[in-house]
Design a protein around this ligand. Structure first.
Ligand code: UD1
Length: 413
């Protein structure tokens, strides 16, 4: 069986890391029914070292077999460019399965190409077309102004295997008419990677480098972590201004460390908001980071995990951090009106604040006034480090064992 794995943007790398590791485990297991050949494709949607290569280094990922090097562009340009470059690769490699993860433009672009590609040469007796698997299927914010929501709905509609990470995924897919037999509740691949690398992340020296702790003393200065990159939050001058005003008020109580996404940095410059930020001199050793919002570069995976784990609070519009903070037990204030990950609210420490200054500051001060009282002890079901293994076991069962062959002929529905 040949599996083509697609990644393109920062949050994809943690998800494919779990699946690659599961494939390697499967291949080295004596009970495997056949080998899985894997091909890792990077679309090049994210390309800066800090947004891409540093994750490959931190996670010990193999270099991509192919990089399509599409770069940035409008949604149409980026999606179309990925599709154009992906199609000949697919025809050349003829994988049995294309696995896409998450909800970025690379996800919809490659699933759309794969779902419409029929192989015209079947010299190896392989599949007549690739089957498409969507990892993190069924999540819905019910907000179609989010480009990711469109990507999710469309990818799910054309996928053959829908691997869900939380129970809401199944309900949403069934409501949309997806057949029960296509839905597999496997757990969360991003959490697989978090659990695998958590111990290593504790060796990071990011806290000392930022002056938030001293290695000789076990003390860590209270601080919050902020990330923002959603177009709806940072591309609108008024919304972004309101969020920054809320952050400035919070930052009077304790410093906020803000690793800046390139999109957000561009907007800060464009809107002339630089005056709201202080910078940290890397390598300082003191424990005296004063109140303020501190912009730093995007961080690698292990440093960022250490930064999140020790924070008093996280303020974010990211999807993945809502999940990671649930497992880390750090209160998370989500700067959005909705979440496609409702289990992080039910099981975790996640709270929706929207983007109004008063809501953000009130919630922040309420959550940081006492101890972490909202934390529930248990993790969401199947967020146990084995989601990647479940995905590979399901694919192997369907494509190798059931057909008792490494290459099978699968026809369209
Ligand atoms: C994308 C995803 C979003 C995901 C986010 C994670 C889509 C529609 N959006 O948003 O779901 O949460 O990645 O970061 O796929 N840029 C750089 N260097 C890079 C990459 C981007 O400077 O390596 C800049 C470019 O100016 C680019 C902008 O950031 O135009 C936005 O990048 P893009 O990939 O279009 O979207 P993100 O905002 O990163």
């Amino acid at each position: 069986m040949k599996v083509m794995l697609v990644c393109g943007a920062r949050p994809n790398f943690m998800k494919v890391a779990s699946i690659i590791s599961a494939i390697d485990d499967y291949n080295s297991s004596s009970v495997s029914a056949g080998k899985i050949e894997r091909l890792l494709v990077h679309t090049g949607q994210h390309y800066d070292g800090k947004m891409s290569q540093s994750f490959f280094d931190d996670l010990g990922l193999p270099q991509p077999d192919v990089n399509l090097e599409v770069g940035s562009g409008s949604h149409a340009e980026q999606t179309a460019e990925i599709m154009k470059r992906f199609e000949p690769l697919l025809r050349k490699e003829m994988p049995d399965v294309v696995l896409v993860v998450g909800d970025v433009n690379s996800t919809i672009a490659c699933s759309l190409v794969a779902s419409k590609t029929a192989y015209d040469v079947r010299s190896n007796g392989g599949a007549s077309r690739p089957l498409v698997g969507h990892v993190e299927a069924g999540l819905r914010s019910f907000d179609r102004s989010m480009p990711e929501e469109i990507n999710r709905i469309l990818t799910d509609a054309i996928s053959d295997f829908l691997f869900t990470s939380e129970e809401s995924g199944r309900e949403n897919l069934l409501r949309e008419g997806v057949g029960e037999d296509k839905i597999f509740f496997v757990g969360n691949t991003m959490i697989d990677t978090l659990l695998k690398h958590r111990a290593r992340s504790r060796e990071s020296s990011i806290l000392e480098n930022l002056g938030l702790s001293r290695k000789s003393e076990a003390t860590v200065q209270p601080y919050g972590v902020v990330t923002l990159h959603r177009p709806s939050n940072v591309d609108d001058r008024n919304v972004f201004g309101e969020i920054i005003a809320a952050l400035a008020e919070v930052a009077r109580k304790f410093p906020l460390i803000f690793p800046i996404h390139p999109r957000t940095l561009n907007r800060i410059k464009e809107f002339g908001l630089e005056g709201n930020f202080r910078s940290i001199e890397p390598g300082r050793r003191s424990l005296d980071v004063a109140p303020g919002i501190y912009c730093i570069e995007p961080q690698g995976y292990l440093d960022f995990m250490q930064l999140m784990s020790n924070a008093k609070l996280i303020l974010t519009d990211s999807g993945g951090m809502q999940e990671e903070s649930t497992i880390l037990g750090v209160p998370c204030i989500t700067l959005r009106e909705n979440t496609e990950r409702p289990c992080t609210i039910a099981y975790g420490t996640n709270h929706l604040a929207g983007v109004r200054k008063e809501n953000i500051t009130n919630l922040t001060f309420r959550l940081t006034a006492g101890t972490n009282a909202n934390k529930r002890p248990e993790a969401p079901p199947l967020w146990d480090g084995s989601a990647g293994k479940r995905i590979i076991a399901i694919l192997a069962e369907k494509l190798i064992r059931e057909h008792n062959s490494e290459h099978v002929i699968l026809e369209r529905d």
